[in-house]
Design a protein around this ligand. Structure first.
Ligand SMILES: NC(=O)c1ccc[n+]([C@@H]2O[C@H](COP(=O)([O-])OP(=O)(O)OC[C@H]3O[C@@H](n4cnc5c(N)ncnc54)[C@H](O)[C@@H]3O)[C@@H](O)[C@H]2O)c1
Ligand SMILES: [Zn+2]
Ligand SMILES: [Zn+2]
Length: 349
């Protein structure tokens, strides 16, 4: 029987998200798909919308940009997926055809909905159904043998970690420092491990997150921010980290990132800051650093799904809590307050 209305979690106004009934989405374009969401998750960017720090976010939209589901219906021009396919949904909307898409810079897709649109500028996936534009680009089939929970983070935080590790040019001789062990930092760690550097150091200020790293990844060295610079000097071969990935986004961590880097290192800034950061070039003079920054180019989901199927990436331990959509507000509360050792919250839609 056709479902005409559905439950959504909606950005009402600054500070307020609410459960609301809305009409079930319909195909609007021949390249769209409608996906029945099975599992969604909550991201720190959802909290940024809630607190009004994402000016592009449109009040009234359904939030949520990290989800998996089952294709319900496809437009006439969609060829890669068909009704019944289990899929991951990409956080980014991209056409696949413009100058930037062809170069793999899909975050800068020039389509009017290019970049982060779902759950920000158009209705997202903390809902029973979601309409996905450019479905051939935005959906990836989940391999048999990979569960929805194993695939849940593919479209957003894992895509970010994979992209960050890819652009950081890691070699087997490197000591890699990761600042921040939130969900994105841990996904970055998992993807850095795929490049098999000589040594990985994770710096995190939260004791329970440090404990999580020690328990799940005992081969990784851990340190707190106040000891980080000295620790990295003592545990690297050339006076600092060869590669630094800044995934904390705190007031002090941009500075910490470049201070812990050796001369000629690559410093990849994944974090998004609330405030402008200073780049004190006189202090850095002679250090010859390369900075890389940006929004994730999330176009490697097929590869990450394959790596999950092969057992080379496992993000399931990050999903520490699960709620039904009707109780999503409790999940938000827990996630926002970082209570009970939460890393990621899954929402059953
Ligand atoms: N570039 C992108 O496309 C992209 C995509 C996803 C997330 N992000 C950004 O990545 C960052 C991390 O995201 P998240 O979801 O993991 O958020 P999060 O807030 O859960 O993680 C940040 C972590 O950094 C830790 N931290 C805070 N101060 C620290 C310090 N001084 N030293 C070490 N660690 C410290 C926190 O305890 C926390 O565990 C955010 O800034 C987010 O906006 C960027
Ligand atoms: Zn996100
Ligand atoms: Zn494009």
């Amino acid at each position: 029987m056709e479902v005409k209305s559905m439950l959504t979690y909606t950005y009402v106004s600054e500070g307020t998200f609410a459960l609301m009934e809305k009409p079930k989405p319909v195909l609007q374009h021949e390249r769209d798909a409608i996906v029945k969401v099975t599992l969604a998750s909550i991201c720190s960017s959802d909290l940024h919308i809630k607190h009004g720090s994402v000016p592009r976010a449109v009040p009234g939209i359904t939030v949520g940009h990290e989800m998996v589901g089952i294709v319900e219906e496809v437009g006439s021009a969609v060829t890669n997926v068909k009704p019944g396919d289990r899929v991951t949904v990409n956080v980014e909307t991209f056409c696949g055809e413009c100058f930037f898409c062809k170069k793999g810079f899909v975050n800068n897709c020039t389509d009017q909905n290019g970049g982060w649109a779902l759950g920000c500028r158009i209705d997202g996936g903390q809902a029973e159904y979601v309409r996905v534009p450019f479905a051939d680009q935005g959906l990836n089939k989940i391999p048999d043998g990979v569960t929805d929970r194993q695939a849940l983070l593919v479209g957003d935080v894992l895509a970010t970690g994979f992209w960050a590790a890819r652009i950081s040019e890691i070699t087997p001789e490197d000591t890699v420092l990761i600042l921040g062990a939130g969900p994105t930092g841990i996904c970055t760690l998992l993807c850095v491990m795929l490049h098999s550097p000589k040594r990985i150091i994770v710096c995190e200020k939260d004791a329970s997150r440090l404990q999580f790293i020690r328990r799940h990844y005992p081969q990784v060295l851990t340190v707190q921010p106040e000891d980080c610079a000295a620790f990295v000097r003592a545990h690297s071969d050339h006076g600092g980290a060869d590669v630094v990935l800044e995934v904390a986004g705190a007031d002090s961590t941009f500075r910490l990132a470049w201070e812990c880097a050796r001369p000629n290192a690559i410093v990849t800034v994944v974090a998004l800051y609330d405030k402008a950061q200073t780049l004190p070039l006189p202090e850095m003079y002679g250090k010859n650093l390369t900075f890389k920054t940006g929004g994730v180019d999330g176009c490697d989901c097929e590869e990450t799904l394959r790596l999950i199927a092969e057992g080379k990436i496992d993000t399931e331990p990050l999903i520490t809590h699960t709620y039904p959509l009707r109780r999503i507000a409790e999940g938000y509360e827990l996630f926002e307050k970082k209570r009970d050792g939460v890393i990621k919250v899954a929402v059953e839609c």
